[in-house]
Design a protein. Structure first.
Length: 322
């Protein structure tokens, strides 16, 4: 981290109520002593399950008009309480009642039409990363601008460029609207398909449960430690393609680290050529990429953030390779 970034990071509040205990009793490693936040939550009551989200791609519905494919979705902003850790409830703002919102998937060159309905008590928008006209940018004061509670609008644009993108609310205070859950991933498949693979969605996030603009919990796909006791199952020798998106607020940097292997890394997924073969990547807010890997041997292999605090507070899991 450069001197300027280090100075900025030092000025961001990162205190947590358990820090006194942490100094008194050093961590044994990778969060094993944080039993208070590890355990089962009520996925049914939450309305989503990270074990389903990890392979959930929403292709919407399609029709043809003027010789081309029109792909459509409806996203509804909803206020709801979710259990982010055992006994820890979070007043969330969501798209379609889940965090992250649906992983929208389409093909390069299709016409996309997203109807946004604001069922929240607060004004919101949807801002999509990628190419689109200014009036479809989902920011206040341009096009439909901010959508008031009870309002709706349609975002319409071509699916370009091929790659891994994201969407999120763009109403101020921006960090709060994102941190409370208004985000999701958005995948544009290239016209020439990629190699067939076991495909996964990994949205890295965190939760400021006491609203002090510092995160108390960290995760991939929302629920801390979800993939520790119930690992992500993959098969030895199969190509595994991970779509990794960082939407973490209140911390400048997040990361993804894989044990016992290295992966090909495609930043933003916009190139067919990997930028490096590595076991760790660092990502700022909104940064994303595609990681491809094959596991040559069976076993249980950990993945986690390489910021130790994030790992100990929920951002870790296992692949179960068979």
């Amino acid at each position: 981290m450069g001197a300027g970034a280090a100075l900025m990071h030092s000025q961001v509040p990162h205190s947590h109520p358990w820090e006194a205990d942490a100094h008194a009793a050093p961590h044994a490693g990778h969060g094993d002593d944080h039993a208070g936040v590890r355990g089962a939550v009520d996925h049914a009551a939450n309305g989503f399950d990270p074990h389903a989200i990890v392979r959930d791609f929403d292709w919407g519905r399609t029709r043809r008009a003027g010789g081309r494919v029109i792909r459509e979705w409806e996203l509804v902003a909803l206020d709801r309480e979710i259990e982010v850790a055992p006994g820890v409830r979070f007043a969330a703002w969501t798209y379609n009642g889940r965090i992250p919102g649906p992983m929208l998937r389409c093909r390069e060159g299709e016409r996309l039409r997203i109807t946004f309905v604001n069922g929240s008590a607060h004004p919101h928008t949807i801002h999509f990363h990628g190419l689109h006209p200014a009036e479809m940018d989902g920011v206040p004061g341009i096009g439909a601008g901010t959508i008031a509670p009870g309002g709706r609008t349609v975002y319409e644009f071509d699916a370009l460029p091929a790659g891994l993108h994201l969407y999120h609310c763009h109403v101020r205070p921006l960090a709060e609207h994102i941190a409370k859950g208004l985000y999701g991933a958005f995948l544009v498949d290239p016209a020439e398909p990629r190699e067939e693979a076991d495909e996964l969605v990994m949205v890295m996030n965190g939760f400021d449960t006491n609203f002090d603009r510092a995160n108390e919990l960290y995760a991939v796909n929302t629920i801390p430690f979800a993939y520790m006791d119930r690992p992500v199952a993959v098969r030895s020798g199969d190509l595994v393609r991970m779509h990794i998106v960082n939407v973490l607020e209140y911390d400048l940097i997040n990361s993804f680290h894989l044990h016992g292997n290295l992966f090909d890394w495609y930043p933003t997924g916009t190139s067919r050529r990997a930028s490096e073969l590595t076991d760790t990547v660092a990502l700022c807010q909104g940064q994303r990429g595609i990681a491809e890997v094959r596991f040559p041997t069976p076993g249980r292999f950990m993945f986690h953030a390489h910021q130790s605090e994030f790992t100990e507070l929920g951002w870790q899991g296992f692949f179960e390779v068979t």
